[in-house]
Design a protein around this ligand. Sequence first.
Ligand SMILES: [Zn+2]
Length: 120
Amino acid sequence: MYCPKCGAQNNDKDLKCAQCGQFLHCVQTEDAFSSLVPYRNAPALIAYYLAIFSLIPCIGLFLGIAAFFLGLKGLKISKATPELKGKVHAWVGILLGGFFGLLYLILTVLFFVAVAAARK
Ligand SMILES: [Zn+2]
């Protein structure tokens, strides 16, 4: 492969350019990292973590709803600029956050209905 900095030809397995010392695979490494952790698509990343924490009862209702809307925002960003990544994280936020947000919403409503019924 050719060095992205000075253009010298290098062995594909070489980590650094023999000519100038530029890291040859840093672009690919960063790309793999950003699809693993889409730090440049903040809403998708936050949605992902909120969705995970929405498993916790009580606060799960609010975190789930927040994850759902942040996930939608993150998905919009990843569609507009695919190189920012975060599509998978956004979907996790939407689906997981949406599921638990709805689940806790239903449970909360059922709880209040049960309390109201018990008071009669
Ligand atoms: Zn070079």
